[in-house]
Design a protein. Structure first.
Length: 137
């Protein structure tokens, strides 16, 4: 399941990175909602390539865990220090509230499929195990 999530999210982030470079190559507002710059496009492209590669090699769960942590940290940092994150991902005066929300939601989704989904997959639908008991005497 995590490999599929890594492939789908990886493909989406790769697409967003490439489209960002094509539509707003030097930075600005993507779709009128998201403030972006060249680093932001590069970051999405790298996250996308890593997702596709992780899915292909069977490391989707690890990818989801790492990207979950990265995006949650980025979202929280964007809420606590918006000027710093705006300078990194867009331009110093950018309103990055929508970016922060998207990063938090992506991070939660990644973290879910990287950790909770794996735990639940091991218990849901699995046959009940009976404890090993020594033979009766």
């Amino acid at each position: 399941m995590a490999d599929t999530v890594a492939l789908v999210f990886g493909g989406l982030y790769l697409l967003v990175g490439i489209v960002g470079f094509l539509l707003v190559p030097s930075g600005g507002s993507l779709l009128g909602i998201f403030a972006v710059n060249g680093f932001h496009h590069s970051f999405h492209t790298v996250v996308g390539l890593l997702g596709v590669l992780a899915a292909w090699r069977g490391y989707g769960r690890l990818y989801c865990q790492v990207m979950g942590a990265v995006f949650i940290i980025l979202g929280v940092l964007g809420l606590l220090a918006p000027g710093l994150v705006a300078t990194l991902l867009a331009h110093p005066s950018a309103d990055i509230f929508t970016d922060n929300l998207l990063h938090l939601m992506s991070g939660i989704g990644f973290a879910y499929f990287g950790t909770l989904a794996a735990t639940m997959a091991g218990t849901l639908g699995a046959p009940a195990k009976t404890p090993d008991r020594p033979p009766a005497q």
